[in-house]
Design a protein around this ligand. Structure first.
Ligand code: FMN
Length: 202
């Protein structure tokens, strides 16, 4: 079974995921205004069966989102769908691949957040097939980030930021999209210092 999972992830990583060699991508932007702005973290994270970390109760990206909120005081909006609840890893990667190929936009629970009071929006999710999960693009369709500072981040198992920053730029051409940050999913539970270092550099 482990061999199948390993082969499946190797296939993902070899198939145009724009793998980055760095474990994290420290944002070197010089802007320091983020300390005084109204901030929110918008994220998606999948708890359950996952590569490398096994069956997890709290998703990797949620852990990073929580670090960001704890350290910066940012509010949160979690993108929730029950579409993948209880799915094993292999069927999930197959479904996610199909959704990405078809450009499907699965619905999320509830309504889109009112972002009018926020100047800075962190956007985070796992890398799924080289970009964010499709349900995140459903939310992107429903919000407007024109004029806001947008800071993407990912958790991943080898692809780094993959296409996420470029895809966020495409979704929000009038936003000021920064360089972004990525961290291995299996590192997040011991990786608070890395997140803190990145946030201090903003
Ligand atoms: C459907 C699916 C597709 C994935 N595709 C990739 C990928 O293309 N590149 C990569 O590095 N990791 C990939 N992964 C691994 C996840 O990005 C990684 O485990 C991430 O930390 C999961 O975050 P989460 O627990 O917040 O959902 C994939 C995982 C799943 C479940």
């Amino acid at each position: 079974m482990k061999k199948i999972l390993t082969a499946a992830l190797a296939l993902l990583l070899a198939s145009g995921c724009n793998a980055q060699s760095k474990q994290e991508n420290i944002n070197t932007m010089t802007q320091s205004k983020t300390n005084t702005m109204n901030k929110i973290v918008i994220f998606f994270s999948h708890a359950g069966d996952n590569y490398s970390v096994g069956n997890i109760e709290v998703g990797n990206t949620k852990i990073v989102a929580d670090y960001i909120s704890e350290i910066t005081g940012a509010d949160q909006f979690e993108i929730v769908t029950h579409k993948y609840d209880g799915m094993a890893y292999t069927p999930l990667i197959n479904l996610a691949k199909e959704e990405a190929n078809k450009g499907e936009l699965p619905p999320y629970e509830g309504a889109a957040p009112d972002l009018s009071k926020y100047d800075t929006v962190f956007i985070g999710g796992p890398v799924w097939w080289g970009t964010y999960p499709q349900v995140m693009f459903t939310l992107f369709r429903d919000i407007d980030l024109a004029g806001k500072t947008v800071i993407p981040f990912t958790t991943h198992e080898g692809s780094g930021l993959a296409n996420c920053v470029g895809d966020v730029k495409k979704a929000f051409p009038k936003a000021n999209v920064m360089k972004g940050f990525s961290i291995y999913g299996h590192e997040v539970r011991t990786g608070k210092a890395k997140v803190e270092k990145w946030l201090k550099s903003l």
